[in-house]
Design a protein around this ligand. Structure first.
Ligand SMILES: NC(=O)C1=CN([C@@H]2O[C@H](COP(=O)(O)OP(=O)(O)OC[C@H]3O[C@@H](n4cnc5c(N)ncnc54)[C@H](O)[C@@H]3O)[C@@H](O)[C@H]2O)C=CC1
Ligand SMILES: O=C(O)C(=O)Cc1ccc(O)cc1
Length: 296
């Protein structure tokens, strides 16, 4: 589907935060032939120059209020910890009927900040989260295919306007994504298990090994399994500090459950209980094979 088919309204999009996600959205819009205007809030003059040279944006801004003043659709793609200050900076400058959406990895915390800052215009805010990314950050890390056939979860609230929702659905379809809807609390529980916990485990494993005395040798002899399991430990520590702090209510129960299961595996190893180990590994392999087959 072309961007023009998915997004027939000539939107004036303003992407706030031209990092991995914001940079990929503008690249995808360009590569799909999006016919509207693309503005962006950039970090500094260097990023503005780069965005212009790559023809990614029509106009780069460093001032948020100025950037959103003519927008019809604003996409906030900044770290979770920056959402509140970005919403505060744009609230009074937004055109009355502009739609605002975000790409944050947690949803209840972002919805709360939006309610605080957008007040009675909260109906024009559509909470969103693309379930695709990489361990890299910044404008150079972005690429046009990032959202192709990948899921985006929107978590509208009872206050969300249907028109605003359909405009955001159209934007994500225009960049090749498949859109689902879910309640914000459910989103945060699902993502705590499938994304936030794996990132925590990868960071902690690498940190544990890196602080062991023989660490040079451990990393020298690490095989593909280590690389597969730990790639995401190269993700931005600051971005993930924000995510884990914001979603602590949903993360703690699944983390406790995992610690309990790890303790059971530890006990089986200590007791030489091979049956428990192979039963656990078999259950996991069946589940993982099913997941891999579903993705193929
Ligand atoms: N990294 C990933 O794979 C994914 C990230 N997300 C979410 O998308 C959002 C963006 O993440 P990334 O693009 O990966 O991060 P990034 O670090 O690559 O880019 C963030 C951008 O926000 C800008 N920024 C930060 N604070 C700002 C502020 N106060 N005002 C204006 N701009 C500001 C930075 O200059 C940078 O360009 C985050 O909320 C993240 O949780 C969602 C899906 C995947
Ligand atoms: O690098 C990976 O595999 C990821 O899992 C990227 C990612 C990071 C944050 C999200 O909210 C969604 C996806």
């Amino acid at each position: 589907m072309t961007a023009a088919e998915a997004c027939p309204e000539p939107e004036r999009v303003c992407v706030v935060g031209l990092g991995l996600i914001g940079g990929s959205i503008v690249r995808a819009l360009r590569s799909k032939g999006f016919r509207g205007t693309i503005d962006a809030v950039v970090a500094d003059d260097d990023e503005a120059r780069q965005a212009r040279e790559l023809r990614l944006v029509d106009e780069p801004f460093t001032d948020i209020a100025e950037a959103v003043a003519k927008a019809t659709l604003v996409v906030v793609a900044v770290p979770i910890g920056s959402m509140a200050s970005v919403f505060a900076s744009m609230a009074d400058a937004l055109p009355a009927d502009a739609v605002v959406t975000d790409t944050g990895s947690t949803k209840l915390s972002v919805i709360r900040e939006a309610q605080t800052h957008f007040g009675d215009r909260i109906g024009r805010f559509v909470p969103g989260h693309p379930i695709s990314g990489t361990e890299r950050s910044g404008l150079d890390a972005g690429f046009a295919e990032l959202f192709e056939r990948r899921r985006v979860i929107l978590t509208p609230t009872p206050e969300t306007d249907r028109d605003a929702l359909s405009r955001v659905v159209a934007l994500w379809r225009a960049v090749g994504a498949q859109v689902s809807e879910m309640d914000g609390a459910h989103h945060d529980e699902v993502l705590a298990a499938t994304s936030h916990l794996p990132h925590l485990l990868a960071y902690t494993l690498v940190d544990t090994l890196a602080r062991m005395a023989e660490r040079t040798e451990i990393f020298e002899y690490a095989a593909g399994g280590f690389a597969d399991f730990t790639r995401i430990a190269s993700s931005s520590p600051s971005l993930w500090g924000d995510i884990v702090t914001a979603n602590h209510d949903a993360i703690l129960p699944v983390l406790d459950r995992y610690i309990g299961d790890l303790e059971a595996v530890r006990a089986a190893i200590a007791d030489g209980d091979r049956d428990t180990l192979t039963t656990t590994f078999t259950r996991a392999k069946t589940a993982r094979d099913g997941f891999a087959a579903g993705k193929a």
